[in-house]
Design a protein around this ligand. Sequence first.
Ligand SMILES: [Zn+2]
Length: 87
Amino acid sequence: MKEPDGLKKVLLIDHIEGQCRCIIGFKYGDAREAYMCGEPVYQRRGKKLSSWCFYHHGQMHTTVAQQNRESDQSAEIPQVISIVRTP
Ligand SMILES: [Zn+2]
């Protein structure tokens, strides 16, 4: 999966439907002047139109999967301790 080159980036105020909403930077570092990715959004047949291009759609899902794994691990530790201490 190739990262967009940023050539299609659009300012928040110029963003239109069908363009990726992922914020990739800020003009002059100003939070009110956000640049969005601007690539055409990813769409699967029969699914609702995504807010993200193919690349950023994949990134969002990877992040969620990683967070789930981390919370699984932290939930397991107290269980292990309680099993060990139970007579
Ligand atoms: Zn994007």
